[in-house]
Design a protein around this ligand. Sequence first.
Ligand code: F6P
Length: 323
Amino acid sequence: MKRIAVLTSGGDAPGMNAAIRAVVRAGIYNGLEVFGIIGGFEGMIDGDFIPLHAETVSNIIQRGGTILKTSRSPRFLTQECMRGASNHITNLSIDGIIALGGDGTFRAADDFQQYCQIPFIGVPCTIDNDLAGTDYTIGFDTAINTVVHAVDKIRDTADAHNRLFFVEVMGNDSGQIALMSSIGVGAEAVLIPESITDTDHLIQLLDKGWNRKKTSCIIIVSEGDEEGGAAQVAEKVKSHFDYYDTRITVLGHIQRGGNPSCMDRVNATRLGVAAIEALLAGRKHEMVGIVNNQIAYTPFKNAVKQHPPIDPSLLKITTILSA
Ligand code: F6P
């Protein structure tokens, strides 16, 4: 193996740049030439490859986003585009590719085998922390810290006005961001897709809080909750409380940006180096992950979205502490 390429694909995640830096520097350390593919699979189709050097990745470990740009590319799945991408790889004599992304990225890389036998190694990057084969995805830790910082600010104003806030967080159909951040901010309640939302229970809880003169209430609502987002849940609940002044905040894409946390930088760096070592060891079509703090390899076919049952003791913490 002499020449490899790296790409970022799907939703960006803080820590992607730290992983790119690790891939490039570990590749060079092992005598490889490294190329970057701009815009994920879109760049593979269009032949948008650039050489990456040690200095290209200077001063990026602390930056959010991705210097390589990213995209979701439905057209990559067409025969014509896969053939085109395959030609670019052959013309440039690329021997292996490292793909930073989520389950959609790994599925696309797996499908690409029909047209090109190039070994692919995946690195899990998504703020949702919902991939099988890793305890941890790059970006999750930064996202929950972003939520905690934002909700701490909301708590100040909620407390000043005796207000009830419904705060919607990302996660798609996973409640991991909501669950962890709700514990971190001391929320009065958390609504996640993995557990059935009981609106009557929520109303009783808020009533109890009011009776014991709570000055603010924060309800964290996962965007994928079956009762809907924060606006829908607030609508159902607020008619029961003429005493609470209700507000809604949707945190949105601020959860995807910003400087990665130390944990995201460290894990992105470990996984970037592990991805290079995996390619050099002849591994292919696998995602490198971290399981019980050890590097683990999962075939792309199994590195799918997963929604493991939520530990009920974690859910219970919010109920116990908001009583
Ligand atoms: O998968 C990451 C994620 O941020 C989800 O939490 C969210 O539902 C989705 O991406 C938003 O996607 P987009 O940036 O395309 O709106």
